[in-house]
Design a protein around this ligand. Structure first.
Ligand code: GTP
Ligand code: MG
Length: 411
């Protein structure tokens, strides 16, 4: 398929394209919230104040938006203790029901993950059961297994790899569907293990900047909201930048989440304001306020691929004038309901920006959770989090073992 066609399909201009959700109409808890009738202004008027750093030399042919008076700089208390993140393995990645002990908490998360993956599980295990009810693992059975895996969105390469694993260890033996499921979970777990890496924040960056990118409707803004809530619960000072400046609804959506999560909110001065200029101002302010993490929302839909590419690159170029190491993470958000289309999206975004990790959302609404395996096999990019529901605690850290066992419906 030509790249242009691919892009058109990805950005949803092709009405035949499945899985492209319409512009979200917010309603429920962690669905993009309905803005309150008259949202209280979050950002106080900006007093005139000299910028923390001299304005950067103009480098871009496209004019930046005139720089507004910078946002108010809240001085961090002089005696504020440095915020230290526990090692990633100890991060409580999700809000869970109050645990009475460590194990019940894990079970709570795991059962939510399993429930979220239920549709993917059914698709995969129904076929496995149909093929393997006490059957000899011969060439025909292996071929059927491979077809089942491909149909469950694991991708050709991962499916072949898994089937080869079966061939080496089980060929000629009689197997039951339960044995096949357990072995599948192991094989899938091995593919996923190298990519199961948490999004590690380096708060010494003050702030660690996460640029959140992805096609429209994949869950970027919701993921920012969920992460913001989790970070707040970890005691981190978090900022949201409403870089999808063209859509007032997108800015409002993020504003509501900022209010709810107590995040510092950086809105554009006006609709359609230059996203790079906004990001520059926000990062400048976030540094002077010593925020720990700055989550930058971006537009998913621009009129064409090169416009989106240019906007993302410009945001990166401009924020590097404030912090040459920024963005410290580029999180690509993918919607699992689009199945193999997610694979194409990674290819295209990798061409545009240096994607450092993935968030895969809507696994709960999808029978295509197997695509995570295809992504791991094909790109090896870290999968930081998966979304299995709309509540904050449904954004789960990605664990290879939990995910692979959950996908096969195993405990
Ligand atoms: N079921 C389910 N829905 C989700 C999940 N993540 C996001 N959503 C929903 O997906 C819809 C789109 O989410 P947004 O966060 O607005 O997506 P976006 O990428 O910011 O969209 P644009 O701003 O239009 O580019 C919303 O209705 C979300 O509630 C998830 O893990 N599970
Ligand atoms: Mg959005």
């Amino acid at each position: 398929m030509a790249l242009r066609d691919l892009w058109n399909r990805m950005r949803g201009s092709d009405p035949a394209q499945p899985g492209q959700p319409p512009d979200p109409t917010p309603s429920e808890p962690i669905r993009p919230p309905q803005p309150p009738p008259s949202p209280p202004p979050e950002t106080p008027p900006r007093p005139p104040e000299p910028p923390a750093e001299p304005p950067p030399p103009v480098e871009d042919p496209t004019p930046e938006r005139p720089r507004e008076t910078p946002p108010p700089m809240r001085e961090p208390p002089a005696d504020a203790p440095p915020v230290e993140l526990p090692p990633p393995s100890q991060l409580p990645p999700m809000e869970a029901p109050p645990p009475t002990a460590e194990e019940p908490a894990r079970q709570g998360w795991f059962s939510r993950l399993k429930a979220g993956l239920a549709r993917s599980t059914a698709k995969l295990t129904d076929s496995v059961t149909a093929v393997f009810t006490k059957r000899k693992l011969d060439d025909a059975a292996l071929e059927e297994l491979e077809e089942t895996l491909i149909a469950a969105d694991l991708g050709v390469s991962a499916s072949q790899r898994i089937v080869e694993g079966f061939r080496k260890t089980r060929f000629g033996k009689e197997v039951t569907d339960e044995e096949v499921k357990a072995t599948l979970a192991e094989e899938i777990g091995e593919i996923l293990a190298p990519v199961a890496k948490p999004l590690v924040l380096d708060t010494s960056r003050a702030p660690h900047v996460v640029l959140v990118v992805g096609v429209n409707g994949t869950g970027k803004t919701t993921t920012i909201a969920k992460l913001g809530k989790q970070y707040r619960d970890q005691g981190l000072r978090t900022g949201f930048v409403a870089g999808d400046t063209f859509r007032a609804a997108a800015v409002e959506q993020l504003q509501v989440w900022a209010d709810r999560t107590g995040a510092r909110f950086f809105p554009p001065a006006k609709a359609g304001a230059d996203a790079a200029g906004l990001a520059f101002d926000a990062l400048t302010a976030a540094r002077s306020e010593a925020l720990d993490v700055l989550l930058v929302d971006t537009a998913g839909r621009l009129h064409n691929k090169s416009a989106l590419m240019e906007e993302l690159r410009k945001v990166i170029r401009i924020i590097r004038r404030v912090d040459p190491g920024a963005p410290h993470s580029v999180l690509l958000v993918l919607d699992a309901t689009t199945g193999q289309n997610a694979v194409q999206q990674v290819k295209v975004f990798k061409e545009m920006v240096d994607v450092t990790g993935l968030a895969v959302t809507k696994l709960d609404g999808s029978a295509k959770g197997g695509v995570v395996v295809a992504l791991a096999q094909e790109f090896g990019l870290p999968v930081h989090v998966v979304g299995v529901g709309e509540k904050a605690e449904d954004l789960r850290p990605f664990s290879a073992r939990e995910f692979s066992r959950g996908l096969l419906g195993l405990d």
